[in-house]
Write a protein that binds this ligand. Structure first.
Ligand SMILES: [Zn+2]
Length: 71
């Protein structure tokens, strides 16, 4: 079984630079938990900001909804 990788993509609201992270589900849950908003840190200006999980990582959001459906 291959481990699925999730791509989190976002743009900093302060300096506008965009960045992406690729993580496994375990890493995602460990770092961000299972919340609708995830906390990211800009690599350029070090601003910490919240991103909407749905727009930052639609794949992960889909999977969370599937899990909810399954109980
Ligand atoms: Zn920034």
């Amino acid at each position: 079984m291959t481990k699925k990788r999730y791509r989190i993509q976002s743009a900093c609201p302060q300096c506008g630079c965009s960045f992406a992270q690729v993580m496994s589900k375990e890493e995602l849950l460990e770092k961000h938990g299972d919340t609708p908003n995830i906390e990211l840190e800009c690599g350029e200006c070090m601003l910490k900001f919240q991103a909407d999980r749905k727009s930052a990582c639609p794949e992960w959001d889909d999977e969370c909804r599937l899990n909810e459906k399954n109980g």
